[in-house]
Design a protein around this ligand. Structure first.
Ligand SMILES: [Zn+2]
Length: 353
């Protein structure tokens, strides 16, 4: 239904553009038969209204991050915007407060793209590839320093809980002041970069090559930050208690009401999340002799294969119950970006806490 309306609005996949295009750009898109729509117009379409409604209904209008009531729908990433109904996994319900915070994950995502692109440009320079010839050591070093600062800035904003505000340029004077600031910043980075690579021995290429591993180490740092931003706020003991007293998690494919827990250590156990589907039952197994956590609870797939472990906070809540011989039903509730969440039935008796 939504899709038909979407097609009626103008066709297959729209290209979403941040703002109005120049006539030249518009003409070149038209020549390629590509439709486009601005971001703000996209969110005004009836198509988006329907997608949004469906996502909120799927999630019972509960924020994926803090489990408070949600009234926004957030794109985890934009790749499928314009075909959202085909990719509901890229959309999550979110509350206003979390919405302003998770924006930092998106900014980090674009930082990641910039770093990856810079690595490929730098490699292109080493191979004399067309269009990469200006990627000399000082140029790459200046960019590297910039990425470094950009991540530090995002980390600071996130750590201080600063709500993200979309910067809107209101006047020509503001635009000019901004481009002046960028120019000054670039100059400062160029200078720092010169100081950095000045003493390095070797040819221009040898010096540029040194910077590739330095760029590469930034990647896991940014990825870690993104994961931290998107990570659900772990429930405190009080929150778990509140959940138990009547708040239930209902998911599209989950029939277990209770709390949702992140499975950790997948990387070290199963290694990947291929083949795992939401709704699939998992088994919680106590590991009283675990060297790292006496409350450790392992999460097994139906096949008996180890998926990972519950986080310490959750393990502390459920360990006693399992030790008392109770079975705790659990199933996969969602899989987001290689992270698996399980819905764990809330403890039955108050004494379990
Ligand atoms: Zn929230």
């Amino acid at each position: 239904m939504a899709h038909e309306e979407w097609l009626a609005l103008g066709g297959k996949k729209f290209l979403c553009m941040p703002g109005k295009l120049t006539p030249l750009h518009e003409a070149s898109l038209a020549a390629r038969g590509q439709n486009y729509i601005t971001h703000s117009d996209y969110y005004k379409t009836r198509y988006w209204a329907l997608v949004r409604q469906a996502v909120l209904a799927r999630d019972s209008a509960t924020c994926f991050r803090c489990r408070e009531p949600a009234s926004y729908v957030h794109h985890l990433f934009y790749n499928f915007r314009g075909e959202d109904h085909l990719h509901p996994e890229t959309l999550v319900s979110i509350c206003g407060a979390c919405h302003q915070i998770v924006e930092y994950a998106r900014l980090a995502e674009s930082l990641l793209t910039k770093i990856q692109r810079r690595i490929s440009l730098c490699k292109g320079f080493l191979e004399d590839r067309q269009g990469c010839l200006d990627q000399n050591a000082a140029h790459v070093a200046a960019r590297l320093l910039g990425y470094h600062d950009e991540l530090a800035e995002l980390e600071k904003l996130f750590a201080t809980g600063t709500p993200y505000k979309n910067p809107r340029i209101q006047s020509a004077a503001e635009a000019e002041a901004m481009s002046e600031r960028f120019r000054a910043e670039r100059e400062a980075y160029d200078k720092r970069a010169m100081d950095l690579v000045f003493g390095w021995e070797g040819s221009e290429k040898e010096r540029a090559e040194k910077l590739i591993p330095m760029l590469e180490v930034e990647i896991p740092k940014v990825e870690k930050f993104i994961a931290k931003v998107l990570e659900p706020i772990l429930p405190s003991a009080e929150r778990l208690e509140k959940n138990r007293q009547g708040y239930t998690v209902t998911k599209a494919k989950s029939n277990i009401s209770g709390v949702e827990a992140l499975v950790v250590g997948i990387k070290f156990h199963r290694g990947h999340t291929d083949g795992i589907v939401s709704g699939e039952s998992v088994q919680l197994v106590r590991e009283p002799n675990n060297a790292y956590d006496p409350n450790a609870i392992r999460v097994n797939l139906q096949t008996g294969e180890t998926l990972g472990y519950l986080t310490k906070e959750f393990a502390a809540v459920f360990a006693k119950q399992l030790d008392a011989g109770e079975e705790i039903p659990a199933q996969v509730s969602k899989i987001v970006r290689g992270k698996v969440y399980v819905a764990v039935a809330a403890p039955s008796g108050a004494k379990s806490f």
